[in-house]
Design a protein around this ligand. Structure first.
Ligand code: LIP
Length: 264
């Protein structure tokens, strides 16, 4: 990246530092695939270790900001306006299975607004970054959401509720409608990268239900700064609060929403 703000420099440096250990851990997980016990304890340790490193680095740079963490919960800062929202390994199931499609997701929130976001896949070394009002970038290139206008041509990413989570029946009905109206559905397993791919114009849209703020906080800003928008799937609420998201360009939003929800 050619020009970076001081804030983005801090976020990228923290991710770079934590990525070194995470890459080694991923290498280890790849080795452990063939063992009968599997690498799951190892992966939760990697998750916690990465989060601790990110917290330590970000605290060094901005000592008063709070945190909303996937693993460590909420930590109040003395600056109550600013908080980091972090998923150290988004796409844990992929990581666990040695699939190199996962990311660190780091967002900075001020009040209710996401001001900056970094989604970084340390294996492919893909950086997706955005700052409010400045734009969204994939490595050094500015991102734009896709310009497709017809559902027929759209490739739509989604997420399937995990075993034990509610919504399997609803999801099957939704995907049945989407698969007969679009060019295809993709399920890659990492919400932050799904949103980054919408921002990059690779996916025309993405929807998922039951997400947590750390899965989508950075990605929502990537899409917004790339000219698209994210909304709650069902109504006016913020997807960061409801966990149900539809992210796409302005043309596809309404027809796709109606299609997903089965409204004529
Ligand atoms: C996961 C997401 C994935 C979604 C899962 C889960 P985790 O995050 O990125 O796309 O389908 O429900 O939220 O748990 O790997 O950090």
């Amino acid at each position: 990246m050619a020009l970076r703000s001081a804030l983005m420099t801090v976020m990228v440096a923290a991710a770079e530092k934590a990525a070194k250990a995470l890459k080694r851990d991923f290498g280890e997980v790849e080795q452990l695939q063939v063992s009968r016990k599997g690498p799951s304890d190892y992966v939760s340790a990697a998750d916690i270790k990465t989060e601790k490193m990110l917290v330590a680095e970000l605290t060094k740079a901005r000592p008063h900001f709070g945190f909303v963490l996937e693993e460590g919960g909420t930590i109040a800062g003395t600056d109550t306006e600013h908080r980091w929202i972090i998923d150290p390994i988004d796409g844990t199931t992929n990581f666990l299975h040695g699939i190199p499609h996962f990311a660190m997701s780091i967002a900075l929130q001020r009040g209710d607004e996401i001001m900056a976001g970094v989604v970084y896949n340390p294996i492919t070394e893909d950086w997706f970054i955005a700052e409010k009002g400045i734009g969204a970038f994939h490595n050094n290139r500015r991102m734009r959401v896709s310009a497709r206008r017809n559902l027929d041509d759209a490739v739509v990413a989604t997420g399937i509720p995990h075993k034990g989570c509610p919504g399997h029946d609803v999801f099957i009905q939704q995907s049945q409608r989407v698969m007969s109206a679009t060019a295809g559905i993709r399920r890659f397993g990492t919400a932050s990268l799904d949103l980054a791919f919408v921002a990059a114009g690779r996916f025309d849209a993405y929807w998922e239900m039951g997400l947590k703020p750390w899965d989508i906080a950075a990605g929502v800003l990537l899409v917004q700064e790339a000219g698209g928008f994210s909304a709650d799937l069902h109504g006016p609420g913020s997807p960061l609060l409801t966990g149900n998201i539809l992210a796409t360009n302005a043309d596809l939003h309404s027809p796709l929403r109606k299609c997903i929800l089965g409204q004529s």
